[in-house]
Write a protein that binds this ligand. Structure first.
Ligand code: SAH
Ligand code: SF4
Ligand code: F3S
Length: 463
């Protein structure tokens, strides 16, 4: 289903999309009589979408709709979409196709679409997908929610009681949007300009989550280092200090840092605060200065390396992950080799790598996408093998140590327990522990993807 490479007016204007619905929607959404309306939320994309999903689920609960229904039992499916690469959009179209037969199974079902593709394409998506009933901007869902209240032709029974959360970890958005305008990226168009939430609101959210059983939170922003409390001017490091004081919270992390403004104050906070985990996601995108300049990333490879060295010296045991794009327009063999070199030098713990995908409205999309797909795949395979080597080496270096693990699942007959270290490494363990607490695990072996160990009473200290 190819689309003209044009952005919707709201994406061009960095403004929210108005709520849209098919004017000729003939049937109201009709749940089976005698029960609450049921929604199924489907989502792809980044952690922001996960956070949006959680918020939307709460808002649906508040108006009496069950948001955790299985698809086959639902009256309404809401798609939270991603536009960052063409293959993300393809997955959404694939899902939509599947939903067309789901919708035909029973009259009175409906499909809604939100997330980044809604802002990117706007109204034309409603025209192109005849089975789509509603589109709305997840940043401003109120119009959609009131349409839902009108559309369900049953009395809604008032708010659904909130179940106690069985989740131990949660995302907390602190700054929305992005002002960076990297030349390949559609995010600033679909998420708008940077807007920080008041520090007090964030701290209250964290406290509320902890009351519901959450023990670890991740402060979220596309460019989280740009966070500024509108009232006090306090930045991300100050916010982390305030979050650290929430009683009962065991751990905090933050995502995603831009190397342009990942400042030493941040590394000091990570080093000092008991709850701040030793994990830094610092996307480099390329190891070549000329490529970085064409991407408008505003730092050099040398500056990036200095930052990593500083962070590692200030935060003992720090795990570092990154994002890399291969096959950016004009990426030569030499430029790619510089990325290979950087990866061999830094030895990242985790690398998310992607083939460049031209995105409508971005500056890079005006250049020819001139690295052939075959070559992009070859470059990806090369980087994948290096990243697997360094991930395995980093995990093997942990063997023999005792790690602090937040216990998410206990060992059961036939399966080991599951948890994560402060560095976000997955640990599978045997022995006695309690869900939601920190256990000390003696690490005995390692693979590329996880560590294996036994719970001990020895003091904690992974680094
Ligand atoms: N704000 C974050 C992440 C944004 S999107 C950052 O600054 O890094 C997540 C990742 O998707 C990016 O880091 C980048 O590696 C990748 N990405 C974004 N646009 C892309 C495109 N057009 N083609 C391929 N990968 C892309
Ligand atoms: Fe996209 Fe760059 Fe903003 Fe990240 S910092 S969201 S890559 S524009
Ligand atoms: Fe995708 Fe939107 Fe996130 S484009 S990566 S879901 S901000």
């Amino acid at each position: 289903m190819p689309f003209a490479p044009a952005l919707s007016p709201s994406a061009k204007g960095f403004s929210p999309l108005p709520t849209l619905s098919r004017p000729a929607r003939r049937q109201p959404i009709t749940p089976v009589a005698g029960r609450r309306p049921r929604a199924h939320l489907w989502q792809i994309g980044c952690q922001m979408n996960q956070a949006d999903r959680d918020r939307l689920a709460e808002q649906l609960q508040e108006i009496g709709i069950d948001p955790e229904s299985r698809q086959q039992d639902a009256d309404l499916v809401i798609l939270l979409t991603c536009a960052v690469r063409q293959n993300a959009e393809q997955k959404v179209y694939g899902k939509f196709k599947e939903l067309s037969s789901w919708k035909a199974e029973r009259p009175g079902r409906a499909i809604a679409l939100t997330g980044c593709m809604a802002v990117e394409h706007g109204e034309q998506l409603l025209q192109r997908l005849p089975g789509l009933d509603y589109m709305f901007d997840v940043r401003e869902p109120e119009g959609f929610l009131s349409k839902l209240q009108d559309a369900f032709c049953v009395e809604l029974d008032g708010p659904m009681p909130l179940p106690a959360s069985d989740r131990l970890t949660a995302y907390v958005p602190v700054i929305g949007g992005c002002n960076e305008m990297c030349t390949y990226c559609i995010v600033p168009f679909v998420r708008g300009r940077e807007t920080s939430r008041p520090l007090q609101d964030v701290v209250q959210d964290v406290a509320r989550l902890v009351e519901r059983g959450v023990r670890e939170i991740t402060l979220l922003g596309q460019n989280v280092n740009s966070y500024v409390d509108p009232a006090s001017g306090v930045g991300l490091a100050g916010l982390m200090r305030a979050v650290d004081r929430v009683p009962g919270l065991l751990r905090q992390r933050f995502l995603t840092s831009h190397p342009r403004n990942a400042v030493p104050e941040l590394f000091s906070a990570m080093g000092e605060l008991v709850t701040a985990c030793e994990q830094l996601h610092l996307p480099v995108q390329s190891g070549s200065n000329s490529c970085l300049a064409r991407m408008k990333r505003l730092y050099s490879v040398e500056q990036y390396k200095e930052q990593i060295a500083l962070a590692r010296s200030m935060v003992p045991g720090l795990a570092i992950s990154t994002d890399i794009i291969v096959g950016f327009p004009g990426e030569t063999d030499e430029e790619f080799e510089e990325t290979v070199q950087l990866m061999q030098e830094i030895k990242f713990d985790v690398v998310h790598m992607q083939a460049y995908s031209p995105r409508p409205g971005t500056a890079a999309a005006r250049r020819s996408d001139d690295v052939p797909m075959e070559e992009k795949k070859r470059r990806l395979a090369r980087l994948l093998s290096i990243s697997r080597d360094s991930a395995l080496a980093a995990n093997l270096a942990q063997v023999g140590r005792v790690a602090e693990v937040l216990v998410e699942r206990l060992p059961e007959e036939g399966s080991m327990g599951f948890g994560r270290t402060r560095q976000n490494r997955v640990v599978r363990f045997s022995g006695t522990a309690k869900v939601g607490t920190l256990a000390s695990v003696q690490l005995q072996s390692a693979t590329v993807s996880h560590l294996v160990g036994t719970v001990t009473v020895a003091p904690v200290g992974e680094s």
